[in-house]
Design a protein around this ligand. Structure first.
Ligand code: PLP
Length: 372
């Protein structure tokens, strides 16, 4: 039987679309006009794209011309990794699949047990004479929430003449994100993680860099991404960006709820383990293992109780596989297989945390009773 009470705690997978973004999309859908047309309907469409571009640019502190709209974070990552040819690619071992899959033979920098990139290992890789490097390092891990020392890495990479791409899909709206302060060369963001529509995103590219386009054809996006713009998606993304920019204050409440949730989960299940617990982390993310209970069992049991979370790893194909992130952190396979991800957002309440703790605690009690 499915529970009637529903608690959504999978915000790192997708945030609910904000009403303002829904309105913006609906409004855009009701107009005709291709942003490339020079008549008045085209000009109005162009104005809408421009306004959204300004809003997305403001979210990360760049100029509008530095924003290349894409069909999501995945496409932006692929564009970044393929858009700067003649660079050898170095990625961290905990990147999202959309980075890891692009250049399969890219060198992988290890991370420490806390999930943070091994800076010494990276420095060694950068000092070889193999030509300029393109390093891709995520801002925050989607499974554990661990933040990476991006500005330190930028210094290292630039000192060796390389470029730094940062997959910052999990950052906006949760922690301040400033492209210039981080001193990166390219950055990925995604619309549906901040309450915009799915299938929208952007690659931010430093103004003086030339990016090779993946999709060739018309000259849209200054020749960096051909094809008529997804106008409704872009304006929805823009509406969400405008709100996410001023939301960092709300993250304090999210952090309070997360800290409370973590404490209470560890109270009901004393042998549970929280990963990346000792490093700077996103305020909203918990990666936690209930030993000896498979992640899929936990996700299903919680779902039956009305609480929606993910298995530690993204299960984009619907199949739960062991997390490559926890593997890279040296977590024992048997423990990694028991890790789930709980992620909160601006709509999360104290009652949601009560529901989570109650459902997870009940599962824990059941499994421990049946093992006794
Ligand atoms: N990078 C990270 C860190 C992510 O968490 C995700 C999605 O979960 C992506 C990239 C892919 O973004 P999108 O879903 O917009 O393709």
């Amino acid at each position: 039987m499915t529970a009637t009470r529903a608690t959504y705690l999978d915000w790192n997978a997708n945030a609910p679309m904000r009403p303002e973004a829904v309105t913006a999309v609906a409004e855009a859908l009701s107009h005709c006009g291709n942003p490339s047309s020079i008549h008045r309907a085209g000009r109005h469409a162009r104005q809408r794209v421009n306004q959204a571009r300004e809003r997305v640019a403001a979210l990360v502190g760049v100029s509008p011309e530095e924003v290349v709209f894409t069909g999501g974070g995945t496409e932006a990552n692929v564009l970044a990794l393929q858009g700067f040819p003649n660079h050898r690619v170095i990625v961290s071992a905990v990147e999202h699949e959309s980075v890891l899959a692009v250049v399969p033979d890219a060198v992988r920098v290890p991370v420490l047990a806390n999930g943070v990139v091994d800076l010494d290992a990276l420095a060694r890789l950068l000092t070889t004479d193999a030509g300029p490097a393109l390093v891709s390092l995520m801002f925050a891990n989607n499974e554990t929430g661990a933040l990476q020392p991006i500005a330190d890495v930028a210094r290292l990479v630039h000192a060796r003449g390389g470029l730094l791409h940062c997959d910052a899909v999990q950052g906006p709206g949760k922690v301040p994100l400033d492209f210039r302060a981080l001193d990166v060369d390219a950055m990925t963001i995604s619309g549906h993680k901040i309450g915009g529509p799915m299938g929208t995103g952007a690659l931010i590219v430093r103004g003086d860099l030339s990016l090779q386009s993946l999709i060739k054809g018309g000259g849209q996006e200054r020749g960096r991404r051909a094809g008529t713009e997804n106008l409704p998606g872009i304006v929805g993304f823009g509406a969400a960006a405008l709100l996410a920019k001023d939301e960092i204050g709300a993250a304090e409440n999210v952090e309070r709820l997360r800290v409370e949730a973590e404490r209470r989960l560890l109270d009901v299940a004393p042998d549970a383990v929280v990963f990346a617990a000792d490093v700077a982390r996103l305020p909203n993310t918990i990666s936690i293992a209930m030993p000896r209970v498979a992640a899929s069992t936990q996700v299903i049991a919680l779902d039956l109780a009305g609480v929606m979370v993910s298995a530690g790893a993204a299960c984009s194909s619907g199949k739960v596989t062991r997390s490559h992130v926890l593997d890279a952190m040296g977590v024992a396979p048997a423990m990694a297989e028991c890790a789930i991800r709980i992620s909160l957002g601006w709509g999360t309440t104290d009652a949601d945390i009560d529901h989570l703790v109650e459902a997870w605690g009940a599962l824990y009690a059941r499994t421990r009773a049946s093992a006794a």
